[in-house]
Design a protein around this ligand. Structure first.
Ligand code: GDP
Ligand code: ZN
Length: 460
C-alpha cells in the first residue's frame, strides 16, 4: 500500500465517473472538517455531525464558485472509516466533480488509494477482512444470488464462524501449553486423547465450510456451461435462446476468440457463463484443431456440459465419441431438431451416459429452451439454496486458508495418535490457528492486505 500513512486526510470521488444526477467526493481524516469549512459557502462555525449543509463549493483562493453542493459531516468514530468523514454531494458532471476533488486536494488532502477507505475501516476495527472483501463482492455482484451471499458476509457472519472455530483452537492451545510447561507423563496419554477429540470437532467445522466452496464459487462467478456438439446441430441457436430472456445486465466478458464465445446470463438470480465451443469433429486443419483443443479444455473446466445433438438423425460415430468423452462430467443432453423427427431415443443416450439429463427441443421454433433453463436450474439451484441458511465460502483466498488450516489440524491429530510429544503437535495447532486468522485478517500480513484492497475501485 504505497503512500499510505495513518493520520493523513484522504479524498476521492466515490461515485462512478461519468454524467449522473449526483457525484460525491469523500474525504476522511482529521482535516476533513477544516477542508469543508474552507470551501463551503456559507458554512456555520459549528458544523453538526449528520446534518446536511447546502451551499456553494468555492475555490478558496479566489472565491470562484465551482458548483452547488450538500455537505455531510460524520464525526469519528461514527463513520465508514471510523475517522472524521465529509461527503460533498454535487452535480454529477465529470468536470465539476473533478474540480471539487482538485480543490479538496489543494486544501491539503491526499488522493486516496483504491480501497483505502475500506482499508481504514478494517484497520480501525470497524470490520474484519472477510467483511471488507464482502464490500467488493457487493459492488461487483452481477445477479441476486451472489449479492445475497455477499450481504451475509458483509454482516460478519463468516467472520463470527471463523472466530468461534479459532476460539476452540485457542482453548486446545492453552491446555497444551499447560502440559508443556508442567509435563506429567501419567496424564499425557489421557490428555493426548482429549486433544484429538477436540481437534476432531474443529476439523468437522472446517470441513463444513470447505464443503460450501464449490457451490460458493458457482454462486459467485456463475455456472460455467460449455455448449458442445458437432457443427450445425443448433449450439448457437441454443445459446441465443438461453440469452434471449436471461442475458445478464452486464455482459462483462468480451472473450471472443476465433472458436469460442463467452456470454453471461442469469436464471433466477443465479449467474451463468455460457461458452459456445467450436464444433467438435475430427480434422486435419491445424487452426481448427486448436479450436477443438480449446473446446476440450472448456468441457473439462465446465461445471456443466450441454451436449447438443441433432435428434432427427441417428447417432453418428462422432456423436458417440463426444458422448463418451463426457463420462464423469455433469451433462445435459439436448436432442434438438425434433420437429424433423425423433431418430435418437433417450435410452440410447442413457446407455452411454447413464447419469445424463436429457431434454428434447426444437430450437428453430424456440420450443424447449425453457425446459433447458429449467433443468439447469434444478441441477444447481437446489444445492445452493439449501445452503442459504449458512455461511458460504466464495473466496479462493478463504478456501486456501481453510485448506491450510485443515492440513495442519489433520497433521496435528496424526502426530498425537502416533504418540508424538504435545510440543510438536502444538506447533500444528498453532499453524491452523494462524491460517484461519488470515481469513478475518487477524494474522494477515501486508502482502495479503495489499492483494485484497488492490481489487477495490478508487473511492471505496
Ligand atoms: P451450430 O453450428 O451447432 O451452432 O448450429 P446453429 O445453431 O447455427 O444451427 C444450424 C442450423 O440448424 C441453422 O440453420 C438453424 O436454423 C438450424 N436449426 C437449429 N435448431 C433447429 C431445430 O430445432 N429445427 C430445425 N429444423 N432446424 C434447426
Ligand atoms: Zn454455432
Amino acid at each position: 500500500f504505497k503512500g499510505e500513512k495513518m493520520g493523513d486526510t484522504i479524498a476521492a470521488i466515490a461515485t462512478p465517473q461519468g454524467e449522473g444526477g449526483i457525484g460525491i467526493v469523500r474525504i476522511s481524516g482529521d482535516d476533513s472538517l477544516n477542508i469543508m469549512k474552507k470551501i463551503l459557502r456559507p458554512c456555520p462555525a459549528e458544523v453538526k455531525p449528520r446534518y446536511a449543509y447546502y451551499g456553494n463549493i468555492v475555490n478558496p483562493e479566489n472565491e470562484n464558485v465551482i458548483d452547488e453542493a450538500i455537505c455531510l459531516y460524520m464525526k469519528a468514530p461514527h463513520s465508514y472509516t471510523c475517522e472524521d468523514v465529509v461527503e460533498i454531494q454535487a452535480h454529477g458532471g465529470i468536470v465539476s466533480i473533478r474540480l471539487i476533488l482538485r480543490t479538496v486536494l489543494d486544501c491539503g488532502a491526499r488522493m486516496a488509494e483504491p480501497g483505502e477507505f475500506t482499508k481504514l475501516a478494517f484497520l480501525n476495527g470497524r470490520m474484519d477482512l472477510a467483511q471488507a472483501e464482502a464490500v467488493i463482492d457487493v459492488i461487483k455482484a452481477k445477479s441476486e444470488m451472489p449479492l445475497q451471499i455477499a450481504e451475509r458476509q458483509l454482516k460478519g457472519r463468516l467472520g463470527t464462524e471463523i472466530s468461534e472455530i479459532r476460539e476452540s483452537l485457542r482453548d486446545v492451545l492453552a491446555q497444551m501449553a499447560v502440559n508443556i510447561d508442567f509435563p506429567d507423563e501419567d496424564i499425557e496419554q489421557v490428555e493426548s486423547q482429549r486433544f484429538c477429540e477436540d481437534l476432531s470437532k474443529v476439523k468437522e467445522k472446517v470441513q463444513n465450510l470447505l464443503d460450501t466452496c464449490d457451490n460458493g464459487r458457482i454462486a459467485k462467478e456463475g455456472i460455467r456451461v460449455a455448449i458442445v456438439g458437432k457443427p450445425n446441430v443448433g449450439k448457437s441457436s441454443l445459446m441465443n435462446a438461453l440469452l434471449g430472456e436471461n442475458r445478464a445486465i452486464v455482459t462483462n466478458i468480451p472473450g471472443t476468440t476465433r472458436d469460442t464465445i463467452e456470454e453471461s446470463a442469469t436464471i433466477h438470480g443465479l449467474p451463468l457463463v455460457l461458452t459456445d465451443t467450436a464444433g467438435i469433429r475430427e480434422t486435419d486443419d491445424v487452426i481448427e484443431q486448436m479450436g477443438i483443443q480449446k473446446s476440450h479444455e472448456e468441457m473439462e473446466a465446465a461445471d456443466l456440459v450441454v451436449l447438443v445433438l441433432d435428434g432427427s438423425k441417428a447417432l453418428s460415430p462422432e456423436d458417440v465419441k463426444i458422448l463418451n468423452q463426457n463420462k464423469g462430467q455433469r451433462v445435459l443432453v439436448v436432442l434438438n431438431k425434433n420437429d424433423l423427427g425423433e431418430a435418437v431415443s433417450q435410452d440410447e443416450v442413457k446407455d452411454i451416459l447413464p447419469e445424463a439429463e436429457i431434454v428434447q427441443t426444437s430450437l428453430l421454433r424456440l420450443n424447449g429452451a425453457d425446459a433447458v433453463t429449467h433443468r439447469i436450474q434444478e441441477m444447481f439451484l437446489e444445492g445452493i439454496q439449501n445452503m442459504q441458511e449458512r455461511n458460504i465460502v466464495t473466496s479462493e483466498r478463504h478456501r486456501d486458508a481453510l485448506n491450510r488450516g485443515m492440513e495442519s489440524i489433520v497433521d496435528g491429530m496424526n502426530l498425537l495418535e502416533m504418540g508424538e510429544s504435545i510440543e510438536i503437535c502444538e506447533l500444528q495447532v498453532h499453524n491452523a490457528y494462524e491460517a484461519l486468522g488470515e481469513i478475518i485478517g487477524e494474522t494477515a500480513g501486508d502482502e495479503i492486505l495489499d492483494t485484497v484492497f488492490s481489487k477495490f475501485c478508487l473511492g471505496k
